[in-house]
Design a protein. Structure first.
Length: 311
C-alpha cells in the first residue's frame, strides 16, 4: 500500500440529529433526544476506511473553533492522515436532521462550507498527495475547478477516482467527469434524477437491467445503485450487470450506511476485487454502522476481505 493509502477529498460537517421518543407527529411537537456528531460524506468515508485498519489520507477543511480541533483529534485517533486538513474561517459545514420512528430522515437543512481552500491545497501539495495514493475518493458535487484538479492529478499519476454523491442536483452537472471515474455510487432516487426517471418502485431485477442499459448509453465506466433493504445493483461498460443483497435489520438510524457502503466498494476496487466482491464488502460495512435496536456495531480487519494491510 502506498504512503497515503486511499486519499479522500471533500467537506467536513457537524451533524445535529433529533430522534423522537414517542410516535412521531409530522406537524406537532415531539419529545426526544438531540445529539451532535462529526459528519460529512467524505469525512464519514475516511473514518469507515480507517475502521478497517487501513490508513487513509483526508484532504478537507475545518474551522478554527474547538469543534474543528475535536474533528481533527478524532480523525487522528482513527489513524487517519490529517496532514492536509486546513483550518479556515467557516471551514465546517452543518447538517440539521429530524428522524422518524423508522430511522429515516423526514426533514433536514444543510449549510455547505466554502471549499475553495481545498483548491489551494491541491495546487500547492497535490502532486505529493496523489502520487503516493492507492486511489482517490471525491465528492462529485464539489466545485468543478477542484474536481478538474483532482482528475488531472489522478490521470497524471495513473490513479482511479471513485465518486460519491452528497447532492445529485449538483452532481448532474458533472456528467463529463463521471465518465472519468472508476465508479459512481448513488441511491435509487439519485439515479432517477441522473437519468430523468423514477426508479423507486423497481425490483432489483428490473433496476439491474435498466442500469445496464443506462450505463452503456451514458458511457459511465462502472456504477452502483443502492436500493435500501432490497440491496444494491451494479453495471459497467464491459461486464454483465449484477445484484448484491443486504441483511435486513431493525434500525433506528440509517445515517452513514450509504457512506459506509461506498467505502466498502472503494476499498474493494482499490485493492483488486471485482465489482461484485466490492459491493459485498460495502454491504458488510453498511450493516456495521447502522444504529440498530441491539446497538451492535461490528468492526472488521482487512484480512476478512482478502486485503493485506500494512502494520
Amino acid at each position: 500500500m502506498s504512503k497515503n493509502g486511499i486519499v479522500v477529498i471533500g467537506a467536513t460537517f457537524v451533524d445535529i440529529k433529533g430522534y423522537p421518543t414517542e410516535t412521531f407527529l409530522q406537524n406537532g411537537r415531539n419529545a426526544g433526544s438531540v445529539m451532535q456528531v462529526h459528519g460529512g460524506v467524505c469525512r464519514n468515508v475516511a473514518e469507515d476506511i480507517a475502521n478497517v485498519e487501513l490508513k487513509p489520507t483526508f484532504v478537507s477543511l475545518v474551522d478554527e473553533t474547538g469543534t474543528g480541533v475535536d474533528v481533527i483529534n478524532k480523525l487522528n485517533r482513527h489513524k487517519i492522515n490529517t496532514k492536509y486538513i486546513r483550518k479556515v474561517e467557516d471551514g465546517l459545514g452543518m447538517w440539521l436532521a429530524i428522524f422518524n420512528n423508522d430511522g429515516d430522515v423526514i426533514a433536514s437543512i444543510s449549510k455547505r462550507p466554502d471549499l475553495s481552500d481545498i483548491e489551494d491545497i491541491l495546487k500547492e501539495q497535490g502532486d505529493e498527495i496523489i502520487s503516493e495514493a492507492d486511489s482517490v475518493v471525491v465528492e462529485i458535487d464539489m466545485d468543478s475547478s477542484i474536481l478538474k484538479l483532482v482528475f488531472d492529478l489522478a490521470e497524471k499519476y495513473g490513479k482511479e477516482v471513485y465518486a460519491v454523491v452528497s447532492n445529485m442536483s449538483i452532481a448532474m452537472q458533472r456528467r463529463d467527469l463521471i465518465k472519468r471515474t472508476g465508479v459512481l455510487v448513488c441511491n435509487e432516487q439519485e439515479a432517477g434524477m441522473l437519468f430523468s426517471d423514477d426508479y423507486c418502485n423497481k425490483t432489483p431485477e428490473e433496476m439491474m437491467q435498466i442500469l445496464d442499459k443506462q450505463v452503456k448509453l451514458a458511457q459511465y465506466p462502472r456504477m452502483v445503485v443502492t436500493m435500501g433493504s432490497k440491496g444494491a445493483v451494479y453495471a459497467s461498460m464491459n461486464d454483465e450487470p449484477g445484484f448484491s443483497p443486504t441483511i435486513s435489520v431493525e434500525v433506528i438510524d440509517t445515517t452513514g450506511a450509504g457512506d459506509a457502503f461506498f467505502s466498502g466498494v472503494a476499498i474493494g476496487l482499490t485493492y483488486g476485487k471485482s465489482l461484485n466482491e466490492a459491493c459485498q464488502i460495502g454491504s458488510r460495512l453498511a450493516n456495521s454502522v447502522i444504529l440498530t435496536t441491539d446497538n451492535v456495531c461490528p468492526r472488521f480487519l482487512p484480512g476478512e476481505f482478502g486485503i493485506e494491510a500494512e502494520r
